[in-house]
Design a protein around this ligand. Structure first.
Ligand code: NAD
Length: 318
């Protein structure tokens, strides 16, 4: 059953959506169950915020049981903090936690109305997951990706063998949440050539119900956020490797000079050095423009397994 809170939020969001796009608004679909694939930093955050703000049950799939355990431990920590700061009661915390249904089986996504994929930024991995989702999920389900840079049109194309049949590809979209999901309000909505207006309306309504503020971007490498952010981070790494400045000076001048909470090298650690490299590779390979060449040091960091905060070592030690 759709919860009264979600119904109210969906109706309000559908009205607010009129400010977002001049296109006519189709009725947004009801989301009774959400699926999230990948219990890493993004997937866990998306699942938790959906359970907390929308009150929707979430099937959380990760092929790695250790990732699930780590993710749920982190969710417990965040909920305990909310209870201790009296933002929610213990009863509400227990309810939110009970909405998260972890599993290692993709087949558990057979009853979801909306699924958000948040596995690592590896094109072949995302393509094979969407090929499977087309078979597993119900024929009305919205299939969303949290990709940072990969073409939505290409991801959507993997859901069908007949490009003229858009019954599944029209339900593919990107809801690109920002990190950390419980804190950052922004979300990028990116449509592929095949995406239907109903899919856009439902995705926007759901993101708004999660308390997010959507921006729309064309299906272009890196979209808006990473087209702007990643060359900035990559340039900071080039400054470090060519000796223009030390790690601390690079981060200090950008932090203290542009009023951001952290400098570009620390931010790279928080995003994940592997994710940064994957996005730079997509920008470079898809545009063929040398200005997007990933820095040599960025590649070496990934070779060394220094992936940032999640691996305990990056530009900083954790
Ligand atoms: P992560 O490495 O923290 O988590 C990825 C999770 O996916 C892991 O738990 C892994 O076990 C799981 N996984 C791997 N293969 C799987 C499979 N076949 N089926 C199910 N689960 C699988 O990565 P992340 O930082 O959460 O990034 C996920 C996605 O979100 C990427 O596309 C990334 O580009 C995007 N993104 C990341 C950020 C960021 O700041 N990290 C921000 C916005 C978007």
């Amino acid at each position: 059953m759709i919860t009264p809170i979600l119904r109210r939020q969906l109706l309000r969001s559908a009205r607010q959506t009129r400010c977002f796009s001049s296109a006519p608004i189709a009725a947004a679909q009801e989301i009774k169950r959400l699926g999230v694939i990948g219990a890493g930093q993004m997937g866990l955050g998306i699942a938790l915020v959906a359970a907390q703000k929308v009150g929707v049950p979430v099937t959380l799939v990760d092929t790695n049981q250790a990732s699930i355990n780590k993710g749920l431990k982190f969710a417990d920590k965040l909920l305990a903090k909310d209870v201790s700061k009296e933002r929610i009661t213990q009863e509400q915390s227990d309810k939110i936690r009970s909405l998260l249904a972890p599993t290692t089986s993709m087949d558990s996504l057979a009853d979801v109305d909306f699924v958000i994929e948040a596995v690592p930024e590896i094109p072949s991995l995302k393509f094979s997951i969407f090929e499977s989702l087309a078979q597993i999920c119900p024929p009305h389900a919205i299939l969303a990706t949290n990709t940072s840079s990969i073409s939505i049109t290409r991801i959507a194309a993997t859901t069908t063998k007949d490009p003229t049949d858009t019954s599944t590809s029209s339900r593919v979209i990107s809801t690109h949440f920002m990190n950390p999901v419980p804190i950052q309000k922004g979300v990028e909505i990116i449509t592929g050539l095949q995406t239907s207006q109903e899919t856009v309306d439902t995705a926007i309504a759901f993101c708004k119900a999660m308390g997010k503020i959507p921006s729309q971007s064309a299906d272009s490498p890196g979209f808006l956020a990473n087209r702007i952010l990643m060359p900035y981070i990559n340039e900071a790494i080039i400054c470090l490797e060519t000796g223009v400045g030390s790690r601390d000076d690079i981060d200090a001048i950008m932090k203290n000079g542009t009023n951001v909470p952290m400098g570009p090298l620390q931010l790279a650690d928080f995003i994940g050095i592997d994710t940064c490299l994957a996005i730079m590779k997509v920008l470079y390979e898809e545009t063929g423009d040398s200005k997007y060449r990933p820095s040599v040091l960025l590649r070496k960091m990934v070779d060394a397994g220094w992936l940032g905060k999640k691996s305990g070592k990056g530009f900083y030690d954790y």
